[in-house]
Design a protein around this ligand. Sequence first.
Ligand SMILES: [Zn+2]
Length: 69
Amino acid sequence: MRIICLSCGHKVEVDDAYDDFEGLVKCVVCSAMLEIRTEEGKLKAIKVADPLGGAASKPEGIAGAAIQY
Ligand SMILES: [Zn+2]
C-alpha cells in the first residue's frame, strides 16, 4: 500500500503490516510524521502529526524547498 505524504507528496510504501493500522508513519523524504488509519488495506484517514503543538503552520513553505532530488 502507498501513502501520499501530505507534506512533500512522496509516495511512502508501507507493507502488509499496515493493512489494519492506526498510528504514525514517517516519510523517508521529508521526515514528516503522518498520522494514518487504515482498514483492510485501505487508507481511511491521514493527517500530518504535530508533536510540537505549534508546527502546523509551516509545512507549506518547507515542502516547497524540500523537493530537490
Ligand atoms: Zn514527505
